[in-house]
Design a protein around this ligand. Structure first.
Ligand code: GRF
Length: 192
């Protein structure tokens, strides 16, 4: 069983979906949820699901490296081996990544490299594309730039507005993240 930590800053629906899917014969368990926003819904959802949580505020640290180190410490205190970012609104640095050699994954609501960064759904609507989607990728130091593990398309309908498109994208996200995590773990040779 691989011990997974989830980092989230927002509403936490992907966190909740991961917690729900990582049970029974799934090879991972979500053992802790960390956040940079103590009051966010993601923290509340994790608690409600019985997952231990911790939250750190960036303003309580002298710089990003110190914040990242404390976030990694919080995860490692729970024996985390693999990290899943799920709406975590911060970049992580090299030192953080090196502390999780079995992988740090992220889920993003577009077909990367299209529409990285904030409001990918709004970006897709503004661009008028017919297809957008979901990407699960390994995290590197860039903004939504790491190696892609899985992508799935979602059609943009003529009548779509941000909430309607977000709803269909989230449905895909909630299904694919745990499935990609399973695949990733089954390909894990233990050498990463
Ligand atoms: C998701 O769309 C995810 O792809 C992106 O941030 C959003 C988080 O939503 N990285 P939630 O907090 O999981 O509901």
């Amino acid at each position: 069983m691989t011990r997974v930590g989830v980092l989230a800053s927002g509403s936490g629906t992907n966190l909740a979906a991961l917690v729900a899917a990582c049970r029974d014969d799934h090879p991972a368990r979500v053992v802790v949820a960390g956040s940079d926003r103590p009051a966010c819904l993601a923290v509340q959802r994790a608690r409600a699901a019985g997952v231990p949580t911790f939250a750190l505020r960036a303003r309580d640290f002298p710089n990003r490296d110190a914040f990242d180190a404390a976030m990694a410490d919080g995860l490692l205190a729970h024996g985390v081996e693999v990290v899943c970012l799920a709406g975590y609104m911060r970049l992580v640095g090299r030192a953080f990544l090196e502390r999780f050699p079995r992988g740090v994954l992220n889920i993003h609501p577009s077909l990367l490299p299209a529409f990285p960064g904030l409001d990918a759904i709004g970006q897709a609507l503004a661009a008028g594309v017919a297809q957008t989607g979901v990407t699960v990728h390994l995290v590197d130091e860039g903004l939504d730039t790491g190696p892609i593990l899985h992508q799935e398309s979602v059609a943009v309908l003529p009548e779509d507005d941000p909430p309607s498109l977000a709803l269909r994208i989230h449905e895909v996200e909630h299904r694919v993240y745990a499935a990609v995590l399973r695949e990733w773990l089954s390909s894990d040779t233990g050498t990463r």
